[in-house]
Write a protein that binds this ligand. Structure first.
Ligand code: NI
Length: 255
């Protein structure tokens, strides 16, 4: 049993062969897929998929890169969707200082609004962080995000930051980058942090794990992430698969 806690099957990259992608995931033991929405189109599609497939759940949020596009109506819409039975978290949300489409102050405002909403509707949050660690940590603390908890998605930070996140009631999720040969920090963190705070994901269609790096990613490849973590922790693959699935179910409140 494997759970992909962060997949974008709502992306246009799957328009041609979604059924086959889902069948491959199931034949590789992926029992649950969480499809993450981050703007109007991807949220709409995430909800559609969650309604269509029993083993697919959805999250709803606004990506920091597009923070400048989010209107009050969008936030209201996201709030309404939070009562949908298949919506299990808010996000992805956060800060992205790599792309400069949205100014930092607008990103921060949109991030804070979504944390406030998560506390209101009592759902956990999924954090996207690109080159913005210290501002993210500051906002999570100031907004008391530990009240709802969350996931640091595709974590590539240090052991020290990972431990601070865990102290704030967050989980650390690893994707394809932990399998890359030069990924020293993610490997260190995966080896170090307690197994009961660890999750796995693909972030497909992006960040494809070794040995398919460079190709389109898909949920069936989450097993390569689990295999890498098993190796780093010196534990059997089955134990990593079982524990990360247990963690994901506890976090998202799914059966
Ligand atoms: Ni993502």
């Amino acid at each position: 049993m494997l759970i992909d806690t962060h997949a974008h099957l709502n992306a246009i990259q799957y328009n041609e062969d979604l059924e086959e992608v889902i069948e491959r995931a199931q034949s590789e033991g992926v029992t649950t897929i969480v499809v993450v929405g981050f703007d109007r189109e991807t949220i709409t599609r995430a909800i559609e998929l969650a309604e269509q497939y029993e083993f697919i759940y959805a999250t709803v949020g606004w990506h920091p890169v597009d923070a400048i596009d989010m209107t009050d109506e969008d936030l209201k819409w996201i709030e309404e969707l939070c009562s949908h039975p298949k919506v299990v978290a808010l996000g992805e949300m956060g800060l992205d200082y790599y792309w400069d489409k949205s100014p930092k102050d607008i990103q921060k405002e949109v991030f804070r609004k979504q944390i406030a909403l998560a506390k209101k509707v009592k759902l956990p949050i999924i954090i996207h962080n690109r080159e913005a660690t210290s501002d993210i940590m500051e906002i999570l603390q100031e907004e008391n995000a530990s009240e709802v908890g969350g996931i640091m998605h595709c974590f590539t930070g240090s052991v020290e930051v990972a431990k601070q996140c865990i102290d704030m009631n967050f989980y650390i999720s690893f994707g394809g980058p932990v399998t890359f040969k030069n990924a020293k920090k993610p490997k260190e963190v995966a080896a170090e942090i307690p197994l009961d705070r660890l999750l796995i994901e693909t972030d497909c269609p992006y960040l494809t794990p070794h040995p398919f790096r460079g190709k389109r990613n898909e949920p069936s490849y989450v097993k390569y992430v689990a295999e890498q973590i098993a190796e780093l922790k010196g534990l059997p693959f089955e134990e990593i698969a079982a524990k990360t699935s247990e963690n994901a179910k506890r976090f998202f409140g799914i059966k």
